[in-house]
Ligand binder design. Structure first.
Ligand code: 3HC
Ligand code: NAI
Length: 697
């Protein structure tokens, strides 16, 4: 029977290899097999030293995250780390690829540590809403000092082998790459250690570390400021504090207590949901057998905010770009923007000077559509006007080579209609990037009625090359992200009309975890954008029309860019302060509609806003615009500032209870139809099911 951990002997050296693809996660069977191998080594009189290494692409990816929230099964990882540490013969960790979380904790249980160049060494548990629970918070500070350990543990960021060598986290940086090199280097190191007569060197033998240089209060304040609303970072700090105050066994017990508290939190559930759906989102139903078309060169039409960003993203990924603008000056301006974007990438260490120069040598900026003849994918990013876009697509149809993918970056418009402007609607698709397009990770791949499956597959393959998280969406006004946005913004408008202030709404939603409330977001995007959308869509039956926002537009208060919108932005308050005149405009509209304002609590604001968001998400599923609830969660997490630790709106609904959401919506319904629950919500609630049940492959 195959086992996830093997034991073999190389002379007097026992080699223990973990082989549990894809990432050697330490699930129950692997832990049990690892424990057996460590016991066997301890009892094996022919073996004088052991090397622990990993098969496949990395050493150990950490605990098996899918086991969290289920009943724990013996043996636990902390016991195994202690078993290794207490071994009477030396144990070496030989690390390649990555040692993350429990993986690094196993290495810290070992007596000697070697890592190959390019390896990631980290304790990323806080990004999953937990803390290192297999001794990491106790052993890391003893090995690298309290400040360095706090930095690693509370940021969750990995360090390089070189930095780890410097801090003492590892003893040696080996040579080579891959699992075979790790085994060979580990065995060679073990042989040297044997020759030197090296003894076990348990971390438990090291002295208790000192308190951090700046003191605990400063660390705690900084963590609360940097990670508002999140619990894991401060809890992890408390575990490290225990390392400075207790002996190892007591510290390990305290770490376990603090770890167990986090395991039970909704934040842990939300963050682990986010971890899995960000990976699952790429497995699009119906795309498994499709072959992407070959993509060697990109065309971009329109070099404004989005076109320049998209061109930058392609160049950063090593793809040559031809960008078409209307006038030579506009083409020059686009080139200057792209150059400055790439200079920023060099500054942030994402690209070398030489690579930047090479990328710029593959950029053509032009006013001639004919220059797009060699492009394999052409992405249109001109003004948001159906007529303009249709004209552009007619021109593209005339110049693009057969088989080229013709994509539009439209935010709202009907891609079926745009496709009809060409003789090849099967090649037309939406690629909805987010601003700034070379930074934001989200890409909505909008599949139109006639789009070929291999065109969709090409879009996903391109998204991956550009480093994006791509989500499949269908055609409707605003696709997944903007369609939902428009609905929950209307819920906010409803609350404003009935008595909530825009500032109260922002405060409540920021408290909930959004980086910015919706009114601040509107000010940042520019109030002209919302105005234009309202003009295009007109008044919708049952939906509150925010006349006050039109008034602000009429007064040329367009948000941040004009210094005034919902907020006032000036030297006194660069981040914005409340504007009593806005409240007057709202009061005027309430009076005009005969609405008597009432008080709203922060809880009601959040509950209504979220109920509206979930309700529209459910309708988007009913309409087939999103295939799975997880697609909606990924869009909101990656593109709309939804707090990651809440897992996304559909996960929020699951955690709140679908029946509760349904009951809230029914209670809110005021005859307008705006709040009435989607049929899917009624069905799921009646059947006692949740959205997660629709996420299965
Ligand atoms: N547990 C369970 N499954 C995991 C996993 C883990 N720790 N890490 C990765 N996987 C799964 C992924 O879900 C994915 O599954 P899929 O193919 O079915 O979608 C598959 O392994 C491959 O993962 P990636 O696509 O992410 O592979 P990459 O090669 O891009 O990245 C990695 C590899 C860097 C290891 C990355 O997967 C990663 O960061 N994993 C999480 C590491 C982590 O956070 N470890 C700490 C866990 S918590 C812990 O150890 C607690 C301890 O203190 C007690
Ligand atoms: P923008 O106004 O900054 O840029 C549009 C550019 O297209 C201008 O430089 C203009 O000269 C050029 N252009 C217009 N017609 C052209 C033609 N026929 N041929 C070549 N170039 C032409 O607009 P922005 O913000 O870049 O938006 C472009 C598209 O991207 C729109 O459809 C918009 O809805 C969408 N979008 C915008 C986002 C944003 O945050 N700005 C986010 C996601 C999508």
């Amino acid at each position: 029977m195959s086992t996830p951990v093997t034991y073999d002997l190389d002379d007097e050296i026992a080699v223990i290899t973990v082989d549990n693809p894809p990432v050697n996660a330490l699930g129950h069977a692997t832990r049990a097999a690892l424990k057996d191998c460590v016991d066997r080594f301890a009892a094996d009189e022919t073996a004088r030293i052991a090397v622990i290494c990993g098969a496949g692409r990395l050493f150990l990816g950490g605990a098996d995250v899918s086991e969290f929230g289920k009943p724990p099964q013996d043996p636990w990882l902390p016991e195994i780390c202690t078993l290794i540490e207490d071994c009477p013969k030396p144990v070496v960790a030989s690390i390649h690829g990555a040692a993350l979380g429990g993986g690094l904790e196993v290495a810290l249980g070992c007596h000697y540590r070697l890592a190959l160049p390019g390896t990631k060494l980290g304790l990323p548990e806080v990004s999953l809403g937990i803390l290192p629970g297999a001794g990491g918070t106790q052993r890391a500070p003893r090995v690298v000092g309290t400040d360095a350990a706090l930095e690693m543990i509370t940021s969750g960021k990995p360090v390089t082998p070189e930095a780890a060598r410097e801090s003492g986290l590892i003893d040696r940086v080996g040579e080579g790459k891959g699992s075979e090199a790790a085994r060979a280097e580990g065995v060679a190191y073990a042989r040297e250690l044997l020759a030197e007569g090296a003894a076990p060197r348990p971390v438990s033998g090291l002295p208790r570390p000192a308190a951090p240089a700046d003191g605990w209060d400063i660390w705690e304040q900084n963590l609360r400021r940097k990670f508002p609303g999140q619990v894991a970072q401060v809890q992890a700090m408390k575990a490290v504090k225990a390392a400075t105050e207790m002996d190892l066994p007591d510290g390990l017990a305290e770490e376990r207590r603090l770890f167990n508290e986090l395991i039970d939190t909704p934040q842990r559930e939300g963050l682990i949901h986010a971890f899995f759906i960000e990976r699952k989102v790429a497995r699009v139903p119906g795309l498994k057998d499709a072959t992407p078309r070959d993509v060697q060169a990109i065309g971009v039409v329109g070099g404004g905010t989005m076109g320049s960003g998209i061109a930058t993203a392609a160049l950063l990924a090593g793809l040559p770009v031809t960008l078409v603008e209307m006038k030579p000056e506009a083409a020059d301006k686009a080139r200057a923007t792209i150059e400055s974007n790439l200079a920023g990438a060099v500054k942030r260490g994402k690209m070398s000077d030489a690579k930047r120069d090479a990328a710029l040598a593959t950029l053509t900026t032009t006013t001639d559509y004919g220059d797009l003849k060699d492009a394999d994918v052409i992405i249109e990013a001109v003004f948001e006007s159906l007529d303009v876009k249709k004209e552009v697509f007619t021109q593209l149809d005339a110049v693009a080579k057969p088989g080229a993918v013709l994509a539009t970056n439209t935010s709202y418009l009907d891609i079926n209609e745009i496709a009809q402007a060409t003789s090849r609607p099967a090649d037309v698709i939406g690629l909805h990037f987010f601003s700034p397009a070379h930074v934001m990770k989200l890409l909505e791949v909008v599949v139109a009625d006639a789009t070929d499956t291999d065109v969709t597959a090409t879009a996903f393959a391109l998204g991956k090359r550009l480093g994006k998280v791509s989500v499949r969406a269908g055609v409707c006004d605003g696709f997944i992200g903007n369609r939902m946005l428009s609905h929950y913004r209307s819920a906010a408008d409803w609350m404003i009309l009935h008595g909530a202030s825009p500032y109260q709404i922002d405060r409540a939603l920021e408290q909930f975890g959004f980086a910015m409330g919706p009114m601040k977001v509107a000010d940042l995007a520019g109030l002209d954008i919302g105005y234009m959308t309202r003009q295009r869509k007109g008044k919708q039956p049952g939906v509150v029309y925010p006349q006050w926002a039109d008034d602000l537009y009429g007064m040329e208060r367009l948000g941040r860019k004009t210094g005034r919108g919902f907020y006032i932005y000036d030297d006194e308050s660069p981040k914005g302060r409340e504007d009593p005149e806005v409240l007057d405009l709202i009061a005027k509209e309430r009076a005009a509609q005969g609405v008597t304002p009432r008080d709203f609590t922060g809880d009601e604001i959040v509950e209504r806003y979220m109920a509206a968001m979930v309700n529209e998400g459910a309708r988007i599923l009913e309409d087939g615009i999103a295939l799975r609830p997880l697609d909606i969660d990924v869009v909101k997490l990656m593109g709309y500032g939804f707090p990651r630790y809440r897992g996304g709106p559909m996960k929020y609904a699951d955690m709140t209870g679908i029946a509760t959401i349904r009951d809230r919506l029914n209670a809110y319904e005021d005859g307008s139809g705006f709040w009435s629950p989607a049929a899917l919500i009624d069905t799921l609630a009646a059947e006692g099911r949740n959205f997660e049940s629709m996420n299965n492959d």
